[in-house]
Design a protein around this ligand. Structure first.
Ligand code: P61
Length: 471
């Protein structure tokens, strides 16, 4: 009998150039949940993967937020927690580390990213202001709106087309931005809200050339730029790999240069920084710092812990130094790409090019027979769980919410399901299992009819909304 000779990824694509720069020291058991248990669990969860219990999940790709595996050094750092109420030495370690790698002058710690978004929005946005940005993010836009601002999308058109292969689909369209400035006046634009890798577009990067040109334009009009640095280290990898002149620069150097074109940044440390909780706001302007530091004691905690324990700040400071290592980030994005390439080879519609933190399934094309107000992406995420116990996240009409003026659903061009890869957590075998499950759901696509929403909360509805199946 003839045997097929299995091929490693290296043999398939030329000698393999990278593997994970770590080995596993501790494991957390997971279990395959039976089909009957899955059927009950997703119905109990109102067909919303946010409402599943994690004990009912086999491979959890809901998010890369707070789900990273920490290193032995980070765990050792946890034991060095200085839990003083004021002036913890871990804060000063964190402050120095952020200054070193991001280059901003002042640091305000927060419990996570949205704490920093809250402070920045309140410090700078006044009712009637416009906040242009390279595509919305749910919590970011909500804080901007709660402060009285109106978010205006100024990302390049290519970002709204999942099949478009533009290598920097996170770029700002400078013409769109300039016409907004001319229309509403620079004095009504407190800052440009720039995200390094754009989550809702599929983890798409911004080029250095774009941020440089953005800086020049904003300088001319006196508009500030604040960076959502949540996945900016992943963005730096795409610049190193794809932008002329950066192949020989380190990730750390690219990160610092990019941040240098901005006035400050907010961070959900739960992503790039390899920790389970934490965040910060870092700025250059003293007046913004003053204002944010004043408010942090109201909403988060004292200005030397901002809602984090001392041990959290220590693990975070160490996490930053690990996150900027070139071999770490190559393996991290490489694993996401591995999954994306399998699905691409099988001709399953996904957002192209594959981004930094996740593979995004194009539910609009996969369920082209399901109208958008029957929630194709929500349905696809539920079907994937039913097939295999894999948990993904809806990123389409449910996430987009309602227009505050008209009260109607917003109908985003992108109707996606995010398969988000936690850092340093799953193996290549897990990625194979995921790819095969997606293929099974894809092959059964014609049988699906969609969902109807039966409970809808006011804010960030996707977290708690409930659905029923349409039969
Ligand atoms: C996520 F479904 N992201 O992607 P916080 N900026 C950016 C983020 O990705 C981000 C935050 C700010 C999450 C968690 C999450 O609609 C959702 O530390 C680019 O989560 O407060 C968070 O940072 C906020 C999931 C957030 C969602 C909002 O999974």
């Amino acid at each position: 009998m003839a045997h097929l000779i299995p091929q490693t990824m290296g043999q398939q694509f030329g000698r393999r150039s990278w593997a994970e720069p770590w080995k596993i020291k501790m494991v957390e058991p997971i279990r395959l949940v039976s089909p009957a248990e899955r059927e009950k669990a997703i119905a109990d969860a109102g067909y919303n993967t946010f409402l599943l219990r994690s004990a009912d999940v086999y491979i959890d790709l809901l998010t890369d937020s707070g789900t990273s595996a920490m290193s032995d050094r980070q765990w050792a750092g946890i034991m060095l927690g200085d839990e003083a109420y004021a002036g913890s030495r871990n804060f000063y370690h964190l402050e120095e580390t952020v200054q070193t790698y991001y280059g901003y002058r002042y640091l305000v710690p927060t419990h996570q990213g949205r704490g920093a978004e809250h402070l920045l929005s309140k410090a700078l946005i006044k009712p009637g202001h416009y906040v242009p940005g390279n595509m919305y993010f749910t919590t970011t836009r909500l804080h901007q709106e709660l402060a009285g601002g109106t978010f205006v999308d100024v990302i390049i058109d290519e970002a709204h087309d999942p099949a478009n292969q533009h290598p920097f689909k996170g770029n700002v369209d400078l013409d769109k931005l300039e016409s907004l400035i001319k229309r509403v006046g620079a004095e009504n634009i407190p800052y440009v809200s720039l995200a390094g890798t754009v989550n809702m577009a599929g983890g798409q990067p911004v080029s250095m050339a774009n941020v440089r040109a953005l800086h020049a334009l904003c300088d001319r009009y006196g508009v500030r730029i604040y960076l959502d640095a949540t996945r900016m280290i992943e963005n730096a990898f795409f610049i190193q790999e794809g932008e002329e002149g950066y192949a020989d620069k380190s990730i750390a150097d690219i990160l610092k240069e990019f941040c240098g074109y901005t006035d400050g940044a907010w961070m959900s440390a739960k992503k790039d920084h390899l920790v389970n909780i934490g965040g910060w706001l870092a700025v250059n302007d003293e007046d913004v710092f003053e204002s944010a530091r004043n408010m942090v004691v109201v909403y988060e905690g004292l200005h030397t812990y901002g809602g984090m324990a001392g041990r959290d700040m220590e693990a975070l400071a160490i996490g930053i130094t690990e996150a900027v290592q070139d071999d770490h980030i190559r393996a991290r994005v490489g694993q996401v790409r591995y999954l994306g390439e399998l699905l691409t080879d099988w001709e399953i519609p996904i957002v192209q090019p594959v981004g930094g933190h996740a593979v995004f399934l194009d539910a609009k094309r996969i369920y082209s027979h399901v109208p958008q107000d029957r929630f194709p992406a929500q349905t696809l995420a539920a079907e994937l769980y039913l097939d295999s116990g894999i948990r993904a996240m809806e990123r389409g009409i449910v996430s987009a919410g309602r227009d505050p003026e008209t009260g109607d659903h917003r109908y985003p061009a992108l109707e996606l399901v995010r398969l988000t890869i936690p850092r340093r957590v799953y193996t290549q075998a897990h990625m194979d299992v995921v790819a095969e499950a997606v293929k099974a759901v894809y092959d059964a696509r014609d049988e699906t009819r969609g969902l109807k929403m039966v409970y809808e909360p006011k804010y960030l509805r996707f977290f708690q909304a409930r659905f029923e199946r349409i039969s």
